[in-house]
Each structure stands twice: as C-alpha cells, then as structure tokens.
Write a protein that binds this ligand. Structure first.
Ligand code: BMA
Length: 336
C-alpha cells in the first residue's frame, strides 16, 4: 500500500492543550512518558503510564518502569513521587504499556512483558495502585491485552493480540477474544478482527483501550498499523517505517467476540506536531484508555510519538455511527 496522508475523522477533537502528560512532569528519571491506563478513582482519575528513562542512543534506554499520576479532572495530572511497578530479573527485561480495568469494584492492570524467551502479556491486581500482585502471564508472543469491565456468562473476558509470525509470514497480527474463570486459565478463543478488515492498515492491528459497554454493543478503540519501507528516519530512531492510527470497533453485546461494525477510515491519524514531528518514534497514535463521560462523550487517552500522553474526545453515538456506516466518508477536519 503506498504511503498516503491519512486524516482523523471529523467526529473526534484533540484536547487543545495536548499533551496532558510529558516526562518533564515526572519527579524521577524520565525521557518518554506514553501508553497509559486510566480509570475513575476516588472522585477523580488515576493513570498508570509507561516511563522509559536513560536514553542510550538509537532505540535503547537503560530502563522502563510504570508510574502513577492522579488528577481531579482527567486533564491536569500530578505524578506520584516514585514509580509503582517494574519487572526485571535474569529472564524478564521490562514490563510496559499498562491498561487498567475495574471489574466488580476490583482494579486490574494488564501489561506487556519483554522476556529472554519472547513477549508475554501479564495481568495484575491492585488495591491501592501502589502495590500490584501479578496473577498470570501468557505464553509468548502475546501483548496488548485489555480486560472487559464486566464478566460474560460468569467468565472474565479479554481482547488480546497474539503474534503468529511463523504461520502468517510476517507481521500480520489480529485481535482475538478469550475467556477465563479466574484470570489465570484462558481459552475458548475466537478471532474478533483481522488486519484485512481495515483498509488503512497493511501490517497489524491490536486492542487499544478496554471496551466500553453501550446499548449498541461493546465499543473499543484499537490501533492499526501500516508500514512503508520508504518512510525511513523520522524520529530519534535510525529507521522507523510504521504509522500507528486509532480505529473503533463495535462488538455484539450478547456475543462479544463478534465484531458487528468497525471504522473503515482512521478515527485518529497522526497529524499534530507532537504526533508527527517531535519525539522518539513519529507517526504513532497508540490508544490505551477510554473513559465514558456523563455528557455522552468518550475521552480517549493515547501515547503520541511514543513520547507523551495526549487526549481526544468524541461523542459515543458518533463513534457507534462510524462503526456502523458501511462506507465511512473521508473527512479532513481536525482540531488541535
Ligand atoms: C508497539 C509497542 C508499543 C509502542 C508501539 C509504537 O509494538 O512497542 O509500546 O507504542 O509499538 O512504537
């Protein structure tokens, strides 16, 4: 697929003062702050975010941990004095890309784990967002797991993104669904969406934010990736040929592994300077949290250029309409 400019859909607006969190606000070592889980918390909001620190040149950093920020309004954030989670030993290199879900009043964090034997997806429980107990980790390679905030027929359910390199020939990765009685044993898996469902992706897709329940079905924001070998250097890295966009999918509320609609154009495509020009890996929009607001809007938090955390908003009804339109029309209006 040739590189072409992609545009965000007119139903979504970026927060004008983006980004909402950067490494400058972090009171410990920090270079890149991105990919965050967000939940309503004690009358305000809580965010766990990926923090990469100790830039060593090219694409390497001396460490990654997960920080915690609190906010009265979901926009202005105060970072807690110390990181709250990290995994590192002889086998595990780092944990990153946290997402948060509340199920029956209990808070769970999913995260990715780089190990000496592949990429794993982890689930942890926390009472206070400062201490986490790891419940389970997948076999490699799997990541981008998100938990649904409700059980389905008594089972915990999740979206996930295994990486079948051997059988698919290259990165052609899709979104799957699995269920579990205890968050440890996962199975009864179904394919939810394939990369081929999204005309603006030619590489891979993955779950982004934990799904949100609506009358029309489960609404989920995902990421989509297109790759162009000609793109080359455009961030701190020597060669970065991918572009990440956000898309929306709608899942059947009675059978949540069935996709009943999805956007056929990007919901968010990299356009703002903090997405396209400034940062570690440019042209990256990586949605990881979606919070329904009382006014019917969905607040979407996303990592921008793998460097900062940004916020965008759309009406839930518009997102559902976008998923159900047979041929969503291209629209160039953007606000930032
Ligand atoms: C994915 C993950 C994310 C990252 C994205 C874009 O594979 O590594 O953490 O935001 O790539 O670089």
């Amino acid at each position: 697929m040739p590189t072409e400019q992609l545009f965000s859909h007119s139903c979504i607006s970026r927060y004008p003062q983006n980004p909402v969190l950067t490494g400058k606000q972090v009171p410990y070592a920090s270079d890149l702050v991105f990919n965050a889980g967000v939940i309503p918390w004690q009358g305000g909001y809580a965010m766990v975010f990926r923090n990469d620190y100790g830039y060593l040149g090219r694409a390497s950093f001396s460490g990654t941990n997960i920080g915690l920020a609190l906010s009265p309004d979901g926009i202005h954030w105060q970072v807690e004095p110390q990181p709250v989670f990290s995994l590192k030993d002889e086998e595990i290199k780092r944990a990153y890309d946290p997402r948060l879900t509340v199920i029956d009043g209990e808070v769970y964090m999913t995260f990715a784990v780089d190990t000496g034997h592949g990429l794993r997806g982890g689930i942890a429980h926390t009472d206070d967002l400062h201490h986490f107990d790891v419940i389970s980790m997948t076999v490699p390679d799997n990541r981008n797991m998100v938990l649904f905030p409700q059980k389905y027929q008594g089972m915990y359910i999740r979206l996930e993104r295994p990486m079948p390199v051997y059988s698919r020939g290259r990165d052609r990765f899709d979104i799957w669904w699995s269920e579990s009685p205890d968050l440890i044993h996962w199975g009864n898996s179904h394919l939810v969406a394939g990369v081929e469902d999204f005309p603006f992706a030619n590489d891979k897709i993955g779950p982004g934010a934990p799904p949100v329940y609506t009358e029309k079905g489960w609404l989920a924001v995902t990421h989509t990736v297109d790759i162009d070998p000609e793109r080359g250097k455009n961030g701190w890295e020597d060669k970065w040929t991918k572009r990440y966009c956000a898309a929306a999918i709608l899942l059947d509320k009675d059978a949540p592994w069935k996709m009943i609609g999805h956007s056929r154009v990007p919901l968010l495509a990299p356009e703002a300077d903090y997405e396209t020009k400034e940062g570690f890996r440019t042209n990256v929009i990586f949605p990881t949290a979606a919070i329904p607001m009382p006014d019917g809007r969905l607040r979407i938090y996303y990592g921008a250029a793998d460097t900062v955390i940004a916020l965008a908003e759309a009406k839930i009804d518009d997102l559902i309409a976008l998923c159900l339109e047979e041929d969503s029309k291209r629209d160039t209006k953007i606000v930032y």
